[in-house]
Design a protein around this ligand. Structure first.
Ligand code: SAH
Ligand code: DHB
Ligand code: MG
Length: 223
C-alpha cells in the first residue's frame, strides 16, 4: 500500500460522501493563499467530527488548534442555533484567517476564536465558570497533548466526548526512545488516556491523504 493509493481512495471517499461546499473549500484555499501549514483534518475526518457532534446532541464544543477553521466549520455546523464553539489558537495570523472563513461560513454567531497559547486560555475558561463542554477536539501542538487532556477533563461532564488528532504519528508512537518531542508528547497523552478511570477510550489508526496517523476517542463516564 502506498501513499498514492491512500490519496486516491480518500479522493474516492470524498467524492462520494462530501459534496462540494464553498465555505469548506474556501477554508482549504485560504491555507494555500495565506501560506499556512496544510495540516487540517481531511474532508472525511471533518465529516466524522460532524457526525460525532450531531449524533451526540452536542451544544457546546471546545477546540484546541483552529488553524484556518476547517475542522471548526465541520464541528460548528453540527450545533443547534443556540450552540457555542470556542476554538483556541496561538498564532494571530491563523486566528485572523479562521475568523474570515467562519464569517464566510455564516458561523460567527456560534463560534469564538480565542487567541493565545491554549495552556494560558484553558485556565481562563475554567475561571470564567464556562458551562461544561459536550465535545472537546484536541488538535493543537502535540507536546502538550497530555496537559490538554487534563484540562479537557476539567471542562467536560459525564457523557462528553474528547477527541484527539494525531495520536499515531506515522507509527513513531511505539518508539519509547523517540527523540521527537511531538512523539513523546503523544506517548504521554496516550498513556494518560489509557490510565484515566474517568473515561472509556480507544485509539484508531488512520491512513489517507494525510499519511498514516490516528484518532483517539474518549467518552467521559464520571463527573
Ligand atoms: N484543527 C485544525 C488544524 C489545527 S493545526 C483543522 O483540522 O482544520 C494546529 C494548530 O494549533 C495550528 O494553527 C497552530 O498554530 C495551533 N497551535 C500550536 N500550538 C498552540 C498552542 N500552544 N495553543 C493554541 N494553539 C496552538
Ligand atoms: C501536524 C499537526 C496536525 O494537527 C496534523 O493533523 C498533522 C500534522 C504537525 O504538526 O505536523
Ligand atoms: Mg491534526
Amino acid at each position: 500500500m502506498t501513499q498514492e493509493q491512500w490519496i486516491a481512495v480518500d479522493d474516492y471517499i470524498t467524492d462520494l460522501f462530501v459534496p462540494p461546499d464553498p465555505a469548506l473549500e474556501g477554508a482549504l484555499q485560504s491555507t494555500i493563499d495565506a501560506d499556512l501549514p496544510r495540516i487540517n483534518v481531511a474532508p472525511n475526518q471533518g465529516k466524522l467530527l460532524h457526525i460525532l457532534a450531531l449524533s451526540h446532541g452536542v451544544k457546546r464544543i471546545l477546540e484546541l488548534g483552529t488553524l484556518a477553521g476547517y475542522s471548526t466549520i465541520w464541528l460548528a455546523r453540527a450545533l443547534p442555533p443556540d450552540g457555542k464553539l470556542i476554538s483556541l489558537e496561538a498564532e494571530p495570523k491563523h486566528a485572523e484567517v479562521a475568523r474570515a472563513n467562519l464569517d464566510r461560513a455564516g458561523l460567527t454567531d456560534r463560534v469564538e476564536v480565542r487567541l493565545g497559547p491554549a495552556l494560558e486560555t484553558l485556565p481562563k475558561l475554567a475561571a470564567e465558570g464556562q458551562e461544561p463542554f459536550d465535545l472537546v477536539f484536541i488538535d493543537a501542538d502535540k507536546t502538550n497533548a497530555a496537559e490538554y487532556f487534563s484540562w479537557a477533563l476539567k471542562l467536560t461532564r459525564r457523557g462528553s466526548l474528547i477527541v484527539t488528532d494525531n495520536v499515531v504519528r506515522n507509527g513513531a508512537v511505539i518508539d519509547a526512545d523517540s527523540t521527537d518531542e511531538n512523539v513523546q508528547g503523544i506517548r504521554r497523552f496516550n498513556a494518560a488516556l489509557a490510565l484515566e478511570p474517568r473515561v472509556k477510550a480507544t485509539v484508531i489508526q488512520i491512513v489517507g491523504s494525510k499519511g498514516y496517523d490516528g484518532l483517539a476517542i474518549a467518552l467521559v463516564i464520571a463527573d
